[in-house]
Write a protein that binds this ligand. Structure first.
Ligand SMILES: [Zn+2]
Length: 189
């Protein structure tokens, strides 16, 4: 079983920074995020066995969930973010910020009145019994999964190939321009 530890202040500060910069709606609603590091169990040589976090059966760098009512009542926070503490040290500051932003993007405040930065009026989040902002989970815009063997057997007819092609066609130029940069391609090759 994984073990857990409250994230240090440096990580909590980074979460706050990312929220202010990229997720102003969460900030406006006063969403509190509790953060934990998860560590995979160790074998007798102190090597970690597998991944600290699994999501849908796959290793994940982090997961986030709206906090259940009992944790909210205990004042833990409105959402619980769990980060792979075994690998955090290996990630750049930019990578860490991008990971936190990804997780925060999963949180969708349920609004009575949407905040509007142009007209300047305050947003009004719907509140639960504890007067905490209601939060839903936002699903990914896109999701990739596939099998090498199926693509080998079915080629272009494989849904894997179709999904990847549609992603590149729809978003390739805008979402992943760096994928086409020769210097990046050179570095990863
Ligand atoms: Zn995600």
């Amino acid at each position: 079983m994984s073990t857990y530890e409250r994230c240090p202040k440096k990580v909590v500060d980074l979460i706050r920074k990312v929220m202010v910069k990229h997720q102003p709606h969460l900030k406006a609603a006063g969403v509190q995020v509790a953060a934990l590091f998860a560590y995979a169990p160790r074998d007798k040589n102190d090597n970690h066995k597998g991944s600290a976090i699994k999501h849908g059966g796959y290793a994940a760098a982090a997961v986030i969930r709206p906090a259940p009512p009992k944790l909210r009542a205990l004042g833990v926070g409105d959402a619980v973010l769990i980060i792979d503490g075994d690998h955090w040290i290996e990630w750049s500051e930019a990578g860490r910020a991008a990971l936190i932003d990804h997780e925060l993007e999963h949180l969708e405040v349920v609004w009575d009145v949407m905040p509007n930065s142009e007209t300047g009026y305050e947003g009004l989040p719907q509140l639960d019994d504890l007067n905490r902002p209601k939060i839903r989970t936002r699903l990914h815009d896109w999701q990739l999964g596939g099998f090498d063997a199926v693509v080998k057997r079915h080629g272009e007819a494989a849904f894997e190939a179709r999904n990847i092609r549609s992603l590149v066609d729809d978003f390739g130029q805008t979402l992943f321009p760096f994928m086409h940069a020769p210097e990046v391609a050179g570095r990863v090759a």
